[in-house]
Design a protein around this ligand. Sequence first.
Ligand code: COA
Length: 198
Amino acid sequence: MFSYNLGDGAELRPLEERYADELFALTDRNRDHLRQWLGWVDIKPNPAATSGFLRGAMLQWAENNGFQAGIWFNGSIAGVVGHNRIDWGNRATELGYWLGAEFQGHGLMTRACHAMIDYAFAVQQLQRVVIHCAVDNARSRAIPERLGFTQEGVLRQAEWLHDHFVDLAVYSMLREEWGRPETEDRTETQRRRDRVTR
Ligand SMILES: CC(C)(COP(=O)(O)OP(=O)(O)OC[C@H]1O[C@@H](n2cnc3c(N)ncnc32)[C@H](O)[C@@H]1OP(=O)(O)O)[C@@H](O)C(=O)NCCC(=O)NCCS
């Protein structure tokens, strides 16, 4: 089994169909938590839909269009991070992510995104990684901000969520910015602040 160690009991594994039961159970008990920010939670909420998502993820990888990774924490599946697709012509990608409510607050998604971004620049040789967050989704916005992304602007009414549109903040990281001292400093400064305030 391939896995990437994120430290402190956390790991990333490429998602495969054999994880369907675990992933469905996580999604199913978190529907209320996820509904506020994710539009897909009520579309076919059944195990077959989770299997379909996982088959799609394997196809995405086979077509060289990025991948979906599961985040495991102390042996339990905690959430998902993945590429929406890869724009090879412009060497760019966008990351999407979610965690079960009970797995928030451990830095799992920040660490998972850090690993995905390392991979994007070092292995996939991409130029640009983008994260879109609804402007009122403070926990989601904190992730690119913690990682030193630059906010480029706001796309007005860019995402339909169940019964209303939301504005999306656009964050980007460029290849030459990643790992620069000022980016690392911002991450470390935030970590120090997190330690002091906890
Ligand atoms: C968005 C989402 C993934 C953020 O989860 P999160 O737990 O806040 O993010 P992380 O896993 O990176 O954890 C950060 C938290 O852990 C703390 N933390 C602990 N150790 C840490 C570490 N090593 N590094 C960074 N943060 C750490 C941080 O202080 C922060 O806690 P705080 O919010 O109390 O300050 C989650 O809220 C979610 O899935 N929401 C619903 C779906 C969603 O909105 N998806 C995004 C759509 S754009």
